[in-house]
Write a protein that binds this ligand. Structure first.
Ligand code: FE
Ligand code: FE
Length: 272
């Protein structure tokens, strides 16, 4: 059966160079997901989820195990993906490997950037796991995807442009809608049995923050470090986004390459 997504994908493929990724239409699964997200993510909700997951005492597992859980997860927020998220993980990593064959750390970031979606295995609803993120506690910029559904938020028009924050306070001080970015960032920050650098942990933390990295919103909150993070996130985003168009064979050789480099960068189980 031909799904709408597949038809779109075929159209995309035939229109090389004029990309039509990230097309958001009404009355689609994406619309309903964002509507729920916009109605339910509040400032207090984000605070409560950060508190709940902050200590990482849900479970213990290796990064490999967490990655394999994504075999069972298809991201409902993504209009361009209808394959399990683990495929997207390998596709992103492989696209990075083709361009940077020596940079194993960057390849690993491609591979694991969405592993925070294991939140679904703790029973979290998709609107608290996936989708573009935005700031709570200040005005909602109009460029947020499905902005109109934010009118159903209890915090719609509650704050002005700065809201609860100070100018140049830094992204790290913002309460951003909760999901797989913040969750995995916290897991990697709290567990020290890996060799990933802070620069890449920030890429993971902000990779879904499209209103900021692609629409140019929230620049009045940025500090010096955030300018570097923006460059790094944009560099990463090319691989995350366009790998969805790749037809890459994920065979046992590819899998064992990544298993080997994961073993170089991680040792033992992580607390989640
Ligand atoms: Fe993601
Ligand atoms: Fe991704």
């Amino acid at each position: 059966m031909l799904h709408l997504k597949n038809i779109k994908k075929m159209l995309n493929n035939s229109m090389e160079g004029t990309n039509k990724l990230r097309m958001y239409e009404e009355d689609t699964p994406q619309y309903h997901l964002y509507k729920e997200m916009h109605e339910n993510q509040t400032y207090d909700f984000v605070v409560s989820k950060r508190k709940e997951y902050g200590p990482c005492w849900k479970t213990k597992m290796t990064i490999n195990k967490a990655l394999s859980l994504l075999d069972d997860y298809i991201d409902p927020s993504d209009p361009d993906l209808d394959v399990p998220n683990s495929i997207h993980a390998y596709q992103t990593a492989e696209r990075i490997r083709r361009k940077f064959p020596e940079d194993k750390e960057f390849q690993i970031i491609g591979l694991i950037h969405d592993v925070g979606k294991v939140l679904f295995s703790f029973g979290e609803p998709s609107w608290a796991v996936v989708g573009d993120t935005y700031v709570l506690g200040c005005e909602f910029p109009k460029t947020i995807v499905y902005y109109d559904t934010l009118k159903g938020s209890p915090e719609y028009e509650k704050y002005d442009k700065l809201g609860l924050y100070k100018p140049r306070c830094g992204l790290d001080n913002l309460m951003i809608s909760y999901g797989h970015d913040e969750y995995l960032y916290n897991v990697l920050k709290k567990n020290r049995n890996h060799f990933l650098s802070d620069k890449y942990l920030d890429v993971i933390r902000y990779h879904s923050f499209y209103p900021w990295h692609t629409e140019g919103e929230y620049s009045h909150f940025m500090n010096k470090k955030d300018e570097d993070t923006l460059k790094n996130v944009l560099e990463f985003n090319k691989f995350d986004l366009y790998s969805k168009e790749d037809d890459i064979l994920i065979d046992k050789h590819v899998k064992s390459y990544y298993e080997d480099i994961l073993n170089e960068y991680f040792f033992g189980e992580l607390s989640w």
